[in-house]
Design a protein around this ligand. Structure first.
Ligand SMILES: Nc1nc2c([nH]c(=O)n2[C@H]2C[C@H](O)[C@@H](COP(=O)(O)OP(=O)(O)OP(=O)(O)O)O2)c(=O)[nH]1
Length: 228
């Protein structure tokens, strides 16, 4: 049997699902990005290649899920857990991408062969959700936000930059930048001090990056480490 590899790309305790456009019987249904392992290729090589081709980004595979699933008569699907190592996924062959939390895993119409992986994925996302609450640092400058995110990822944390509209504002001129990360508060506190930003501690982060605008404080809340 020929192998098909799928990538369960996880960020902030959410997994990336992609909606197929072909063939007609699979169009509109959801899968993990990936494809067939070619002759002379390893599953790892194949998944890195397919993700780069389909999403324009690079991944780092952290482990392979234990389940396997048969596709028709001649293929078997295996799935790699992975995280992004370069770039932001952009659909070129799919018509929609979604970052699904553990609770949303069953909200999309997965291709049949993907369903056996959902329990294992849910378990993995659940563990991440418990150990990695997300914090949000707010910065007024894009370069600062990117520098903060870069330092965090260099130190092994997940971090993504997003533009945060203030509620009710149309004009995006003055929107601040947010860095969403699983780094501990102390680490982030030092960084926002360095870059003249602040930590948004009021709201738990429930939304995936870029999907739902969040309400932000109108005044910077500075943290004073000396307790003043
Ligand atoms: N990529 C991917 N394919 C899946 C998944 N689940 C599933 O049943 N499949 C099926 C759909 C296809 O019949 C087959 C993989 O085909 P593909 O079209 O993605 O592979 P490919 O990129 O190598 O395509 P091609 O060059 O052969 O056209 O496996 C999944 O999660 N990801």
């Amino acid at each position: 049997m020929q192998q098909v590899v799928g990538a369960a790309i996880v960020r902030h305790a959410r997994v990336l699902a992609a909606r197929r456009t072909t063939p007609p019987e699979a169009a509109g249904r959801w899968e993990l990005p990936g494809g067939k392992v070619e002759v002379g290729e390893t599953p790892l090589g194949a998944i890195e290649r397919e993700v780069a081709e389909e999403l324009g980004c690079d991944i780092e595979v952290t482990e392979w899920l234990r389940s396997q699933s048969v596709i028709g008569d001649s293929y078997v699907l295996i799935v790699a857990l992975a995280r992004l190592s370069r770039g932001e996924p952009e659909a070129s062959e799919h018509d929609e991408l979604r970052w699904l939390s553990r609770d949303e895993l069953h909200d999309v119409d997965w291709l049949e062969p993907d369903r056996p992986f959902l329990a294992e994925l849910a378990h993995h996302l659940g563990q991440l959700g418990e150990t990695a609450p997300l914090l949000r640092a707010i910065l007024f400058d894009e370069d600062d936000a990117r520098a903060v995110a870069q330092r965090l990822t260099r130190d092994g944390f997940e971090a993504s930059v997003l533009r945060e509209p203030f509620q009710g504002e149309d004009d995006d001129e003055d929107h601040p930048w947010a860095v969403l990360t699983d780094a501990p508060e102390l680490v982030l506190e030092v960084l926002v001090d360095d870059f003249d930003g602040w930590l948004d501690l009021d709201e738990p982060v429930a939304a995936p990056p870029g999907v739902t605008p969040v309400e932000l404080p109108t005044q910077p809340k500075r943290l004073h480490r000396d307790g003043t």
